[in-house]
Design a protein around this ligand. Structure first.
Ligand code: AHG
Ligand code: MN
Ligand code: MN
Length: 323
C-alpha cells in the first residue's frame, strides 16, 4: 500500500510540491465528506448567487470553493489562487512559490441527481516579482504546469494526478488516505466510444458536423466501425472514463455563443485535463492546435476541447483540415 506522499517522493517530486498536493487533498477530503451528507446537511440545491460566468451557483459550488480557498491560502507555499467561482484571483503569501487554479466542483448540475462530480486543479509557479493576486501571474500556457489533476467524487473518490512523470490514480480509503490504485495510466490509442452533447449538433462548425455524422454511420460509413455514445455532463467523469477505457470527449465551439471559443474554461478545465491526457499517451486539442500551447489572456478564458485516444483525435483533426 503506497500513500500519495510516499509515491510522490519515490518519483522524486520536490518536497514542497508533495506538501502542496497533500494540502489540496485535505480540502478535497472535506468536500467528499460534505457531498456524502447530501440532503442530510441541507447542502443540495441552488443558491441565490450568480458567478462571474453568469451561471447560477449551486450551494455546493460555494461550499467547495470556500473550503479550497481557506485550506490553500493557509499554506505559505501558496502565492495565490484563482477559481471558477471567484471573479479575481485571491492573493496568498507574497513569498509563496505556487499558484493554484481550480474548478471547485465540476459537473455541478449533477449534484441534485446524485451523479458524479469532481474538483479539477492546476498548479503553476508564481513568476519572480509578481503577486499571486495579480491575474497576469496566472496567464501561462498549459505546458508550464507543474502539477495537474482532479478528484472524482463517484462511487468512490479518486485522485488522478500528474507532475509530469505519467498519470497515477489514488483512491480515498475509509482511513482518509489517498492510496495508489493505478500506476502509469495509458489511454488505448483506438476507440469506438465518443462523448459530445448531441443536442448542440446544429450549432457546430461544418467540420464537426461531418465528423460526428460519420461516427453515427457506424460500420457502413467511412470510419468503418460502430461507435457507442456516452454523456455524463461532468467533464471529470468523461475524462476519467477516457483515461480508463479510451474514447473521445468533445465540447467544441458552437454558434449559440459565437464570440466565445467554447464552453469549458482553459485555466482550470482545459489545461489540467489536457496535461493528464497527453501524459497518458492521448491527444488534446482545440480542433486546430494543442490546448497546452494556447497562450491565455484572461483567467476565465474559454476554449474548445476535443481530447482522448490518440488515433481517434487525429481522425477528428483531419476533418478540421489537419494533413
Ligand atoms: P461546471 O459544472 O463546472 O460549470 O462545468 C460543467 C461543464 C462540464 O463539466 C461538462 O462537460 C459540461 O459543462 C456539460 O455541459 P452540458 O450542459 O452541455 O451537458
Ligand atoms: Mn466545470
Ligand atoms: Mn464548477
Amino acid at each position: 500500500m503506497l500513500l500519495l506522499s510516499q509515491f510522490l517522493k519515490h518519483q522524486n517530486t520536490p518536497d514542497d510540491l508533495v506538501e502542496l498536493t497533500d494540502t489540496l487533498m485535505v480540502a478535497c477530503k472535506e468536500i467528499a465528506i460534505q457531498l456524502r451528507e447530501g440532503a442530510l446537511a441541507g447542502i443540495l440545491g441552488t443558491s441565490e448567487e450568480v458567478n462571474v460566468q453568469g451561471e447560477t451557483q449551486k450551494k455546493l459550488d460555494i461550499i467547495s470553493n470556500d473550503i479550497l480557498k481557506a485550506v490553500l491560502l493557509d499554506n505559505p507555499l501558496v502565492a495565490g489562487v484563482a477559481s471558477e467561482e471567484e471573479e479575481e484571483p485571491v492573493a496568498g503569501n507574497p513569498n509563496g512559490k505556487y499558484l493554484v487554479t481550480f474548478d471547485p466542483l465540476d459537473g455541478s448540475s449533477n449534484i441534485d441527481i446524485n451523479v458524479s462530480v469532481g474538483t479539477i486543479f492546476s498548479i503553476l509557479e508564481c513568476p519572480e516579482g509578481m503577486s499571486g493576486g495579480d491575474e497576469a501571474a496566472f496567464l501561462q500556457a498549459g505546458r508550464k504546469q507543474v502539477a495537474s489533476g482532479y478528484v472524482l467524487y463517484g462511487t468512490c473518490a479518486v485522485l488522478t494526478l500528474t507532475t509530469g512523470n505519467g498519470v497515477n490514480m489514488f483512491t480515498l480509503s475509509h482511513t482518509g488516505d489517498f492510496i495508489l490504485t493505478r500506476e502509469n495510466v495509458q489511454i488505448p490509442e483506438q476507440t469506438q466510444e465518443f462523448a459530445i452533447n448531441m443536442s448542440n449538433q446544429r450549432f457546430w462548425e461544418p467540420a464537426m458536423q461531418n465528423y460526428v455524422s460519420d461516427l453515427l454511420l457506424g460500420e457502413e460509413g467511412p470510419l468503418g466501425k460502430r461507435y457507442n455514445m456516452r454523456w455524463v455532463a461532468s467533464m471529470v467523469a468523461e475524462v476519467h472514463r477516457v483515461l480508463t477505457r479510451g474514447g473521445i470527449f468533445m465540447y467544441p465551439w458552437d454558434k449559440r455563443a459565437p464570440e466565445k471559443p467554447g464552453k469549458l474554461r482553459l485555466m482550470y478545465e482545459g489545461n489540467p485535463m489536457s496535461w493528464l491526457i497527453e501524459q497518458a499517451g492521448g491527444r488534446s486539442t482545440t480542433c486546430y492546435k494543442d490546448i497546452l500551447d494556447v497562450e491565455p489572456d484572461k483567467i476565465h478564458q474559454r476554449v474548445a476541447v476535443a481530447l482522448g485516444s490518440k488515433q481517434e483525435v487525429t481522425t477528428m483533426m483531419a476533418y478540421h483540415g489537419e494533413k
